[in-house]
Ligand binder design. Structure first.
Ligand SMILES: *[C@@H]1O[C@H](CO)[C@@H](O)[C@H](O)[C@H]1NC(C)=O
Ligand SMILES: *[C@@H]1O[C@H](CO)[C@@H](O)[C@H](O)[C@H]1NC(C)=O
Length: 306
């Protein structure tokens, strides 16, 4: 394996209860599903999984639970060799999502239940020895604490001359989370959120986001995956790249495609030392390959060299 440092993924991990149904259930009926399973979910948690499948060393940082129901998540993290050594624990029951997949319409209906599950704080984060990490990836949530965590990495880089890279997965609550962009090296912004803001293209989205960054500091790179249109990326010098997507004949499972894009990008940039355009292209490849199978195992067939 390479000498590259580990990636730390900061965010949440939840239990997904998934049922596969012929059609969407009628209200107030009692029926059986065609198939079902429960598994570990949550965006940062999924990014950790895909990074491991690609061959990165990964730690996850988020609130873990001592509740019996959480064992299945701990076992899965352990089995995949995703480190959790700095995670705080709570006695509370873990958050979960009920996912109803309907085969006839192809819809996925997701109901999140997190019952005020506690989030990790800056104080928890400050106990981590950052020296082991080459990259820290965040979900856009828990804004005040996340901002302090990011700033502490910037301070650490300044103090030690290290260059820990910071990335942000920005998919929700634009107004609230916008200030998280400035301390980042890379921001991946969702098409859905761009749509809500009335931004029509990946280029427009990148430009609007960059315009919000104070002139005084360095500008992050903005990346907007745009579904079947591929993805756009704007670098700090104002160069814009657009990389087309890879078409797939069969679409089997789209859950986690965005997280696969993120992991592919981190892997190509950190482990492969690829350029921005090459890394976005690889991220497109990982995301499009993801949807040809269930789960993430088949992503291990992809490598940077082929
Ligand atoms: C997690 O990812 C899903 C799918 O890409 C997205 O809809 C959701 O908003 C994300 N959650 C957060 C907290 O970013
Ligand atoms: C995380 O991955 C699991 C397994 O593929 C999936 O069911 C779930 O929807 C994903 N979660 C998010 C937020 O993308």
């Amino acid at each position: 394996m390479s000498q590259v440092k580990s990636v730390l993924c900061v965010g949440c991990t939840v239990i997904d209860f998934v049922t596969i149904n012929g059609s969407y259930p009628k209200e107030d009926t009692d029926r059986r599903c065609l198939d079902g399973f429960w598994q570990r979910g949550g965006n940062a948690s999924n990014v950790s999984t895909v990074l491991r499948v690609l061959g990165c060393k990964v730690d996850f940082f988020g609130m873990l639970s001592r509740s019996d129901a959480f064992r299945v998540l701990l076992d899965d993290l352990c089995k995949r060799e995703i480190g959790t050594k700095d995670c705080p624990f709570t006695e509370r029951d873990p958050p979960f999502s009920s996912v109803i997949l309907a085969q006839d319409s192809g819809t996925r209906t997701i109901i999140h239940c997190n019952k005020d599950y506690p989030q990790t704080t800056y104080e928890d984060f400050s106990k981590i020895n950052l020296a082991q990490y080459g990259w820290v990836h965040f979900e856009a949530r828990n804004t005040p604490h996340t901002l302090k965590m990011m700033q502490s990495i910037r301070d650490y880089n300044q103090r030690t001359g290290q260059g820990i890279i910071i990335s942000l997965d920005f998919e929700t609550r634009y107004e609230q989370n916008q200030e998280l962009c400035a301390p980042c090296d890379f921001v991946v912004f969702s098409k859905e959120l761009a749509g809500q803001l009335g931004w029509k293209t990946p280029r427009q989205s990148c430009v609007e986001l960059a315009a919000k960054i104070p002139e005084s500091g360095p500008k992050p790179v903005f990346i907007c995956p745009w579904g079947s249109a591929g993805a756009g990326a704007l670098d700090a010098n104002g160069n814009y790249y657009e990389m087309s997507s890879y078409k797939q004949d069969k679409v089997v499972d789209t859950l986690g495609a965005g997280d696969s894009f993120m992991a592919g990008f981190i892997y190509a940039t950190l482990e492969g030392q690829r350029s921005l355009a090459e890394s976005v292209d690889f991220a497109n490849r990982v995301a499009s390959h993801k949807i040809t199978g269930f789960g993430y195992e088949h992503i291990s067939q992809l490598g940077l060299s082929n």
